[in-house]
Design a protein around this ligand. Structure first.
Ligand SMILES: [Zn+2]
Length: 79
């Protein structure tokens, strides 16, 4: 499971609609990936706005670009 897959699964994860096995794999990834943990913290804080944005079907390149942007922002030491 890679980081972009996590983004795909987040909406279902927070809605409790993910299969148990998939949810466990997602949580397993989070143990090893501080970047995704930060992403999820931000996702939780932004709440419905970010949720709606992710719920919309995006072409894969757009989603990838958005995710890379968010990761870059999250990893900046200062803002
Ligand atoms: Zn990750």
């Amino acid at each position: 499971m890679n980081c972009e897959r996590i983004v795909d699964l987040l909406v279902d994860y927070f809605d409790g609609e993910l299969e148990e096995q998939t949810a466990h794999r997602l949580e397993g990834h989070l143990q090893d990936c501080p970047g995704c943990v930060k992403f999820i913290e931000t996702y939780r804080q932004t709440g419905s706005i970010c949720r709606e944005a992710l719920r919309v079907e995006m072409p894969a390149p757009v989603k990838s670009t958005l995710f890379q942007f968010l990761r870059t922002q999250l990893q900046s030491p200062t803002s």
